[in-house]
Design a protein around this ligand. Structure first.
Ligand code: ZN
Length: 171
């Protein structure tokens, strides 16, 4: 038994080595569909031992899954123990590879007081920000939020109305 929630966010990215238009900075209205299942094991082996909670009849409350997705993608809230802090959310951010010179240039510009740009939301990845890689990163972040007992088993990331990348944890 699995449950699925959907959310949308806006973001810009560019692919450094793309031979076509995608090497230009451009934006998408991304649609993310996350599927979670009850699991007594961690994400890596995906063994689904507990299909539903016999008392509640639920795999996971839709609200719990939705909140984890909102915190990662929209609000950037993180909790560590009793502490709550904020990191850049994916929404309205620029998503770039860590070695993309655009990342450095935008960081430098945003620190120049006379330009009054203010800090810019950026998601800096170790991998190229393709829909495939973004789906994997988002899946792992949301999975951490869900904690033990519930696992993300699929992320579908729609970059356009007709283009979708699907990530599932490796078996
Ligand atoms: Zn794109």
């Amino acid at each position: 038994m699995r449950v699925t929630k959907e959310i949308t966010f806006e973001a810009a990215h560019r692919l450094r080595f793309h031979r076509g238009a995608c090497r230009n900075l451009h934006g998408h209205s991304y649609r993310v569909r996350v599927t979670a299942a009850a699991s007594t094991k961690l994400l890596e082996d995906r063994e689904l031992a507990r299909p539903t909670d016999p008392e509640t009849g639920m795999v996971v409350d839709f609200g719990v899954l939705a909140e984890a997705m909102r915190e990662v993608l929209i609000t950037g809230v993180r909790r560590r123990g009793d502490a709550t802090f904020h990191v850049s959310p994916w929404d309205h951010s620029l998503i770039v590879h860590k070695e993309d010179p655009f990342a450095e240039a935008i960081l430098a510009a945003s620190m120049k007081e006379e330009l009054d740009i203010g800090s810019q939301r950026m998601i800096i990845l170790d991998v190229e920000p393709t829909a495939e890689n973004m789906a994997a990163c988002i899946g792992k972040e949301i999975n951490e939020k869900l904690g033990i007992g519930i696992g993300v088993v699929r992320v579908e990331l729609w970059e356009t109305a007709t283009s979708c990348a699907t990530w599932e944890p490796e078996a």
